[in-house]
Design a protein around this ligand. Structure first.
Ligand code: ZN
Length: 172
């Protein structure tokens, strides 16, 4: 599953001038989405400032904040809460990997008062030809999200678009 994103990053470095990379400083209200399709395999990478999800980026200080963080991470871990693929494509989840701060698996630095959450979803689709659009429901679930910088790499080519709540679908 690393394979697809590695290819993506190589292409990105060689070709497009990407102002934002996986480890660039984040901007509140803005999230990033990368979709790579190769054969039957779809890999979707979602990165968001924690502020977009819960309105804070420090370690939870009370039960309300702990609950908010827990619920947010549950939503991020549930692909179908945030995204939708065409039923005709017959996609099944292969793997979900969520990285979040303040836990035992704290891979994300939160120096400078910032913290982010990232997830990589890997799916396998029975009919990849039916993959025409990725429905993005992030704006409904996490209303602090104003825009999502989305990139798509598929047999139809490589594109980058900015999604907003009124225009939330990513053509594949
Ligand atoms: Zn931040």
């Amino acid at each position: 599953m690393k394979r697809l994103l590695n290819g993506w990053l190589l292409m990105a470095c060689a070709g497009l001038a990407m102002a934002h990379g996986p480890h660039a400083a984040h901007e509140h209200g803005v999230a990033e989405l990368r979709v790579a399709i190769a054969g039957a395999e779809v890999e979707i990478s979602f990165e968001t400032p924690l502020d977009n999800l819960v309105g804070f980026e420090h370690e939870p200080r009370n039960d309300r904040q702990r609950k908010a963080l827990q619920e947010a991470l549950e939503a991020v871990g549930a692909f179908e809460r945030l995204f939708g693929l065409p039923a005709a494509a017959g996609c099944a989840m292969v793997d979900v990997a969520v990285e979040a701060p303040f836990g035992s698996q704290d891979h994300h630095g939160h120096a400078h008062g910032h913290a982010g959450v990232s997830a990589v979803y890997t799916l396998k689709c029975a009919t990849p030809a039916a993959l025409d659009v990725l429905q993005v429901k992030v704006f409904d679930v996490f209303s602090r999200t104003r825009q999502i910088r989305a990139e798509r790499l598929s047999p139809r080519g490589q594109t980058a678009v900015t999604l907003r709540s009124k225009q939330a679908d990513l053509p594949l």
